[in-house]
Design a protein around this ligand. Structure first.
Ligand code: ATP
Length: 359
């Protein structure tokens, strides 16, 4: 139970949440998420903080002390995407925050929505990605001009705790299968250690099936038979890539939420990045951010409102009338948000007098 305890512990009345609007489409989709959370009636006190390009412009640093202080105080954040310049400038702020707060488990539930046209139906899987090491440890150097090395770090401690997290998650969510994804045939030491740890942990969960797949074969299988997967357990780099692949199975980055959990806190954020090509145009899909907000509410102990948000999103997508451009429609961010708000409102009225309420 140890790895899952922090999620349960948060079911206290922690209501102050650090809010990072983010860069690019961040402010647009985050204000949609806030409006939908407010519509459920759950009161959250938002401590707004800047990070990323917005903070760099205002304070001269992408990770201001005020943000770190706020997160240390609240232990939980809802965060928009942050700009990280590719191959130069400051290192990824997302990686920095995950490492600073030791948010070792990245979770991405990937679910098909009726109404979103994709070649796949009934995808229902969860990507559990190790968040703190692997090639993302950031150990890179130039050996000699023209030759650079990046070090892949895999430890027993991190591998065991992410495996435990995956199995505890599977147990709690009544999922039947955990598939560890690896390349241990080539990286015998590093991925070999990861697999050995996963096997040891799997042995303690006889009620949950355990399988292993090589990452390239797993990618092929994901796009031919996604129903063969349930909970995916991956190191950091494979997890990053496979997460986006899985998002593609259900309609793209605009519909997949995400969370990063640690022993002492959590950050909730959509899978997508800043999408500078569509920023400020009122065309971004707000669903991923809205669903990340639902995951936040669940973490805070508001399971019923979280479920209302998910149901509202499901009904809007199912009707297929109000869809943003990425889903083949013409609706704006605001129109889609308004549709979800109306659906949340309807579910509130329908639930009155019934067993509605916050657990
Ligand atoms: P970053 O550098 O921050 O990762 P990016 O544009 O390279 O940004 P993403 O933002 O993750 O990467 O997304 C890639 C493309 O997918 C975007 O350029 C955009 O066209 C599309 N996209 C991503 N998120 C959304 C969204 N919420 N709604 C609509 N389209 C999106």
């Amino acid at each position: 139970m140890a790895t899952f305890a922090p999620m349960m512990a948060r079911r206290r009345a922690t209501k102050v949440v650090t809010l990072v609007p983010g860069d690019g489409i961040g402010p647009e989709v985050m204000s949609a998420a806030l409006a939908v959370i407010a519509a459920t009636g759950v009161e959250v006190e938002w401590d707004r903080q800047l990070a990323g390009a917005a903070a760099l412009k205002r304070y001269g640093t992408p990770v201001p002390d005020a943000l770190l202080k706020s997160m240390r105080h609240t232990g939980v954040a809802l965060k928009g995407p942050l700009e990280t310049r590719v191959g130069e400038g400051y290192r990824s702020i997302n990686v920095h925050l995950r490492k600073t707060f030791d948010l070792y488990a990245n979770i991405r539930p990937v679910l098909s929505f009726h109404g979103v046209q994709t070649p796949f139906r009934d995808v229902d899987l969860v990507v559990v990605r190790e968040n703190t090491e692997d090639l993302y440890a950031g150990i890179e150097y130039e050996v000699t001009p023209g030759v650079v090395e990046s070090i892949k770090v895999i430890t027993e401690r991190a591998s065991r705790r992410i495996a435990r997290f995956a199995f505890e998650y599977a147990r709690r969510e009544k999922r039947k299968l955990v598939t560890a994804i690896h390349k241990a045939n080539i990286m015998k030491l590093s991925d070999g250690l990861f697999l050995r740890c996963a096997r040891k942990v799997a042995a303690k969960y006889p009620g949950i099936r355990y399988e292993e797949q090589i990452v390239d074969a797993a990618c092929m299988r994901l796009v031919t038979k996604p129903a063969a997967f349930d909970v995916l357990l991956l190191e950091n780099l494979y997890g990053d890539i496979v997460s986006d692949l899985c998002a593609g199975l259900v309609g793209g980055l605009g519909v997949v939420p995400g969370a990063n959990y640690g022993e002492k806190g959590a950050i909730f954020e959509a899978v997508h990045g800043t999408a500078p090509d569509i920023a400020g145009k009122n065309v971004a899909n707000p669903i991923a951010a809205i669903l990340s907000g639902a995951m936040l509410l669940e973490y805070l102990g508001h399971g019923h409102p979280a479920q209302r948000i998910r149901a509202a999103v499901g009904s809007v997508l199912r009707s297929g009338r109000v869809l943003t451009h990425d889903l083949g429609g013409k609706a704006t961010t605001q129109e889609m948000t308004d549709s979800v708000l109306r659906a949340v409102g309807r579910s509130g009225r329908a639930g009155k007098g019934a067993s509605a309420g916050t657990p």
